[in-house]
Write a protein that binds this ligand. Sequence first.
Ligand code: SF4
Ligand code: SF4
Length: 371
Amino acid sequence: MATARTAAAIRSRALELGFVQVGFASPDVLPGRRFCADWLAAGYGAGMAFMARHGDRRADPSRQWPGVRTVICVAATYGAPTSVTAGYGRIAAYAAGPDYHDWLLARLQTLGQFVAAVAGRPVRCHACTDTAPVFERELAVRAGLGWRGRNTCLINRRVGSYTLLGELFTDLELVPDAPTPDGCGCCQRCLDACPTGALVQPYVLDSRRCLAYLTIEHRGALPRPLRPLLGTRVFGCDACQEVCPWNRRTRPGWPGPEPALAASELVDLLELDSAGFRRRYGSTPVARARRRGLRRNAAVALGNTGDRDSVPALVRTLSDDDAQVRGHAAWALGRLGGAAARAALEAASRREADPEAALEVLLALAEAAPA
Ligand code: SF4
Ligand code: SF4
């Protein structure tokens, strides 16, 4: 067992490196395995089949890193979402900057080198931030970094929930920290604020209805009943965190969001070519949605603005190479309505060859107001 002095030195170095929280957890099997299995069986995992693939490994760090004695858990803040102006799409706050995997892993590796140096003997450390199948949030709760809120995010009394998590799995034994008690009390603002009812009960998220999942991970058409609820979100959703009272005092985080990426002009997004997508989003978390997903989301967001200035761009998109994007542009035109939108949809109905896009065009025509 490492001395209290060694543990204090590791905590202090983690804070020096810019982490706002650090705690130690035992690597014993995590209880989340049962919850995850039930959650997947209920269909709440939507298309995240990979969650089912590694169920046992996620719950048991020793299966991935034999000999692990302690999980050093850290958190870094990324700052609250910023407001956006009309005609701009909203991007989740965590994605409004460079890909966090790179900088967070680099700091974790630096911390790992320090752990090896301070331990006074050879020590193994494996750094991880959403890069291996493991129940990160559960480990963070066990390490005392916060509690799992009713919105399913990790919440800390001091820094709220706009945090990114990382771990060092090490064979150095450290005295574990005590878990933090639940701080949600009788609050349920996040459940009330969720636009789609995706928080089906406290602590339970149905990904099939969650705008964060749908705009980022989902590869097919967005469910029609949920499209109006998307608003102008084009990547992720912060609604259930924005209302959380524990985020009231959240300040800009580290390394800090880049405001230029916090929002993007919707018409630009709709017409973004491959080179433009790579240039603008290639090294950011937004790349995860892929160009097709981002353009699909932008089309829906344009339909939700109610602003017919975007009709010409949407009409051009009815001739796009991508049938899915064409279909969502048709939906947006149906929602915006007007003579120009109707005329374009009628023309598209005569030439559209893709069955799904053709159905979108017909449904949009049925919906489009003539004036
Ligand atoms: S991210 Fe948005 S859609 Fe998903 S649960 Fe939170 S508020 Fe609901
Ligand atoms: S909004 Fe209220 S219930 Fe939801 S996570 Fe925050 S404190 Fe908990």
